[in-house]
Design a protein around this ligand. Structure first.
Ligand code: ZN
Length: 279
């Protein structure tokens, strides 16, 4: 779809399943399962939603999903499907990985940063987008290298340390920034210390990639948050702020893990109006 000068392609970078309790925290299951039915293992359907944006001749990849490096056992545990989704979508758009100018993930958890790196045929780690600038909050990078006990399993250093190993492809951000003309990054924290929301703008029009501030459509209710959030109250504040702006200025929202209706507009009455065209 087009928003002014922006050419946007919303894509699914992989499908998987996660525990419903992890996704909905203190919300009672009798409430969330009406919207997101769980299977016999209490798992609900998830997607890794990504976005490719073309702006002023530059190609930007937002979010990279789980990628292809999971062990067979782990891939089975999370029922991973279509892990090559991002690269397949790029191929369909006629974009080679080395033609991507910038990559922005909202944070460095395994299900958002996994696609930053891959293994070559010999099993060696390589960068998926070898010429792109990668914009990451410094607070996220530092935390990912030495996470607290609760967060350890969510970070995999193979996903992101190769970016800094002699490659010099990371730009460490200290809070909000306009990283390229029209490409804004907003530091929101909450889910992780350096979580960021990406806002792409063209004049009055804008699209926000929410990351895990808003995972799925039920999370469009401000108090419905994940149990994995490090600072839940900050998530509520930042979510309320984002929704105010999105409603007032009609921002297109792209939700990080929504499998069915990942992009759309939040109406004044709180209803979700999906933007149906998927690439
Ligand atoms: Zn996530």
């Amino acid at each position: 779809m087009r928003l002014g000068d922006l050419e946007l392609y919303i894509l699914i970078a992989g499908r998987w399943k996660a525990d419903g309790g992890l996704m909905f925290g203190v919300v009672p299951k009798v409430l969330w399962e009406k919207q997101k039915p769980a299977d016999g293992q209490n798992m609900i359907d998830m997607a890794c939603v990504g976005l490719v944006a073309k702006i002023n001749g530059r190609v930007i990849v937002c979010e990279t999903g789980i990628g292809t490096k999971l062990s067979e056992k782990r891939a089975l545990q999370v029922a991973l499907r279509e892990p090559e989704g991002l690269l397949h979508s790029l191929r369909r758009l006629g974009i080679r990985p080395d033609e991507v100018d910038a990559v922005i993930t909202t944070h460095l958890h395994w299900d958002h940063a996994g696609g930053l790196t891959r293994r070559d045929e010999g099993g060696c780690l390589e960068l998926t987008f070898p010429k792109a600038r990668h914009f990451i909050q410094r607070s996220e990078w530092n935390f990912a290298l030495s996470p607290d006990m609760r967060s350890q399993s969510a970070y995999v250093t193979d996903d992101f340390t190769p970016l800094a190993d002699g490659n010099d492809l990371v730009e460490y951000l200290e809070g909000d920034a306009e990283v390229m003309p029209g490409v804004h990054v907003r530091h929101v924290g909450g889910h992780t210390p350096g979580s960021q929301v990406l806002v792409l703008r063209s004049g009055e029009l804008a699209c926000a990639v929410t990351g895990d501030l808003v995972c799925q459509t039920p999370h469009l209710r401000v108090p419905w948050t994940m149990s994995a959030d490090i600072e839940p109250l900050r998530v509520l504040q930042q979510k309320a702020r984002l929704f105010d702006e999105a409603q007032q200025h009609r921002w297109l929202l792209v939700l990080s893990h929504e499998p069915d209706q990942p992009a759309g507009y939040l109406e004044e009455d709180g209803r979700w109006r999906p933007e149906p065209r998927l690439t």
